[in-house]
Design a protein around this ligand. Structure first.
Ligand SMILES: Nc1nc2c(ncn2[C@@H]2O[C@H](COP(=O)(O)OP(=O)(O)OP(=O)(O)O)[C@@H](O)[C@H]2O)c(=O)[nH]1
Ligand SMILES: [Mg+2]
Length: 318
């Protein structure tokens, strides 16, 4: 069975649907085991405000990346929708509108609503990316909506993070100034056909330069307009440059350690939410201290997870 035959596509589709709505116990029991070394699959994340033009950008870039990756595993494009806590549905509908690449045979496109991401925290991203990676794609392009915390969750899940800003993105620039958004490897000032793009690019460049450090990657700031192919070439080159730089200078063991740390952290955070909503009595009529202790106790007596662990002890012994 090859990676992208219809059977494999369906199998991956089912796995992703399951993982997107999985409980923590289900996520843990579906863990495929030790992650492959970083850089075998390049993970490229795109984050930015709703409507910043991420999908349009990714669909154009995917075509370029595919030209290089076709013989080496192909490209997967994954979009993660924050789910509205009120409607239970996606806020803006399918985030990936990619008609220009939809019929490419070595491209896998999937948009997912992440049940756990109602506050923008796409906290099962690690599970989803690991599953996609296990199919041997050369590159994964991941679209997430940047709503505060989401950038942090994505930062540690990908190798290269592209922040997509629009001209006159005042809020985002304020956030960058205060250090909140200083996470990206590449900044795109998208919709550069609109007025204000040059000024926004200069502002972002100023902030990025200000934080440049010896031996560090200096994030490029690239203006991209929909109707200018040369802009996508510049972005394509910047992504390749950053991946090269990372594979040369970043320690892959350290990357894996960080990835695992955030993965475990997000599983525990999700489990706390599950326990608190399943057992409201933990919070009733006691001090915060007692609620805290009761919750920690409930977690340590987490029978479901403990029985999982007994079946698959961490040291491999039965
Ligand atoms: N003027 C202009 N509009 C653009 C450009 N790129 C995208 N758009 C428009 O911006 C709107 C949003 O584009 P999308 O690509 O769906 O943006 P997105 O960031 O993926 O949006 P969400 O997934 O809903 O957060 C659409 O109406 C696009 O046609 C561009 O380069 N210039
Ligand atoms: Mg989109």
């Amino acid at each position: 069975m090859t990676r992208l035959d219809p059977i494999a596509r369906r199998a991956l589709g089912r796995t992703l649907s399951r993982l997107a709505t999985a409980s923590v116990a289900e996520s843990v029991s579906q863990d495929p085991g030790p992650a492959p070394m970083p850089f075998e699959t390049a993970r490229i994340g795109f984050t930015g405000a709703p409507g910043a033009g991420k999908s349009t950008l990714i669909s154009r870039l995917a075509k370029r990346r595919l030209a290089v990756c076709r013989e080496r595993g192909g490209v997967a494009v994954i979009g993660i929708d924050p789910t509205s806590p009120l409607s239970g549905g996606s806020i803006l509908g399918d985030r990936i509108r990619m008609d220009n690449v939809a019929n490419e045979s070595d491209l896998y496109i999937r948009s997912l609503s992440s049940r756990a991401s109602h506050d923008g925290l796409t906290d099962n991203i690690a599970d989803l990316l690991n599953a996609v990676e296990s199919y041997g794609f050369r590159e994964i392009l991941l679209e997430t909506v940047g709503v505060g915390q989401a950038e942090h969750a994505v930062r540690h899940a990908v190798d290269t993070l592209v922040m997509v800003l629009q001209p006159n993105a005042g809020d985002a620039i304020q956030a960058m100034k205060s250090g909140i958004l200083e996470l990206a490897d590449i900044y795109v000032i998208n919709k550069a056909d609109l007025t204000g793009a040059a000024r926004t690019a200069a502002e972002v460049r100023g902030i990025v330069q200000h934080h440049r450090g010896e031996g560090k990657w200096l994030p490029p700031v690239i203006k991209v307009a929909r109707d200018r192919p040369e802009d996508i070439t510049a972005l394509d080159n910047a992504v390749s440059d950053h991946l090269d730089w990372s594979s040369r200078w970043r320690d892959s063991a350290e990357i894996l350690r960080l990835r695992r740390r955030y993965h475990v952290q997000s599983l525990i955070a999700r489990r706390v939410l599950e326990v608190l909503s399943d057992r409201p009595e933990l919070l009733e009529e006691v001090s915060v201290r007692d609620s805290y202790l009761r919750t920690v106790q409930a977690l340590t007596k987490d029978r479901h997870l403990l029985s999982e662990t007994r079946e698959n002890p961490p040291d491999g012994k039965k």
